[in-house]
Design a protein around this ligand. Structure first.
Ligand SMILES: [Zn+2]
Length: 189
């Protein structure tokens, strides 16, 4: 029995050899039983095509195995995530992205958690930024969706832990805590 959310590996699809070996998540099963999924545009026809259900699911964010329903981790570029990561990381990230004129920043910690941080006044001051990144600050040279990326200038020197979650979210390699700050929350001079 196959259901929406299952991860599938295609063994062979009739007349479509390029689909062999593709892996994807089922997102719909239509009225005539064809299975649609993230592997591509063509649906699987159970009587014609061969596939297997991959039972063990691995969360792309925390890397733990899980059995419950899979979640779409977008905007994080990964395939699936567990409920806990969805609640604690994906949903807050979406709220952050969807909030216009956000008055808070996101702190991405090396333990794989994120939390929201508000400046005391209108802007973050230097001390607040330093507290969050646990030392001297460095402005990363690129933005993430119009937000500043603030990290620890001495992170490598101090042998701080690699920030795996920052890599997943921001696509950059950093160590130590990373603060994602909406541009209006930093006074530019
Ligand atoms: Zn997870």
């Amino acid at each position: 029995m196959i259901s929406v959310g299952d991860k599938i590996k295609i063994i062979s699809m009739k007349n479509e050899p390029q689909y062999s070996g593709k892996v994807g998540i089922v997102y719909a099963i239509d009225g005539i039983g064809q299975i649609h999924g993230t592997w591509g545009g063509l649906a699987l026809v159970p009587k014609e095509d061969k596939f297997e259900i991959i039972k063990e699911k691995n969360c792309d964010i925390c890397d733990k195995r899980f059995n419950e329903y899979v979640n779409n981790p977008s905007p994080i570029k990964a395939d699936i995530c567990c409920n806990e990561c969805n609640e604690k990381i994906v949903v807050p990230l979406r709220i952050f992205q969807a909030t216009k004129n956000a008055n808070f920043a996101l702190l991405i910690a090396t333990d794989g958690t994120i939390k929201t941080v508000k400046p005391k006044e209108k802007y973050f001051n230097l001390k607040e930024l330093q507290t969050n990144v646990e030392g001297l600050i460095e402005m990363y040279p690129t933005y993430w969706q119009d937000n500043f990326i603030v990290c620890n200038e001495e992170g490598l020197l101090k042998d701080m832990e690699y920030n795996k979650l920052a890599k997943l979210i921001l696509g950059v390699d950093l160590v130590g805590p990373v603060l994602v700050v909406p541009r209006p929350l930093l006074e530019e001079d």
